[in-house]
Design a protein around this ligand. Structure first.
Ligand code: SF4
Length: 182
């Protein structure tokens, strides 16, 4: 992966954090997101290879020598429910917990429909989601599009993704274990 591409992803992550900060401040009273809460750190997450390259750049030792969290939660969680790559976590992890909104076109009426959602732990302590101003929510779409565009430019339009769990060498070893018994 070209170093310039990895640098670009890191700048994008910084922009995401910057853009998410006012949304987080606006919802501060309702957010129960704390170190050790890992409800959104589910197993099976995949990321574009350009984001995986950020993790590989900063956490080579961890990936080479540490064990992944057992299946059932994200491989990068430690035993206390904390992210072991927090500063370099992927885009998808940076806005979880915030009030989210996204726009979709209704296929029948061809109208733009807005949907909203939030972690169940963050429902209380603030106005109903539907009453929030749009800029008090994180809008899904624009940053995802930028990431996807860069990924497609990098890998010849394949849009390749990789499972977070698969980044651990120990997981590779596990996959290579012979099947015992019948
Ligand atoms: S990378 Fe970190 S923040 Fe993202 S799901 Fe895994 S443990 Fe959670």
């Amino acid at each position: 992966m070209p170093a310039g591409t990895i640098d670009w992803v890191e700048r994008l992550h910084a922009l995401v954090d910057e853009a998410a900060a006012p949304v987080e401040r606006a919802s501060a009273e309702r957010l129960r997101c704390r170190a050790g809460c890992s409800d959104c750190c589910v197993d099976g997450l995949t990321v574009f290879t350009i984001e995986a390259a950020v993790i590989r750049r900063h956490h080579a030792d961890l990936l080479a020598t540490a064990a992944a969290h057992p299946p059932g939660a994200c491989a990068f969680l430690d035993g206390d429910g904390r992210c072991r790559i927090y500063a370099h976590r992927p885009y998808v992890c940076r806005t979880q917990g915030l009030p989210l909104r996204w726009l979709e076109e209704d296929e029948i009426d061809e109208e733009i429909i807005e949907s909203r959602d939030i972690c169940p732990k963050n429902v209380d302590g603030g106005p109903p989601l539907e009453e929030l101003e749009a800029d008090a929510c994180w809008t899904l779409g624009p940053f995802e599009q930028r990431l996807a565009q860069r990924q497609h430019e990098t890998d010849g339009e394949r849009g390749e993704r990789v499972a977070l769990r698969s980044l651990f060498a120990s997981e590779g070893d596990r996959r290579r274990l012979p099947v015992i018994g019948s």
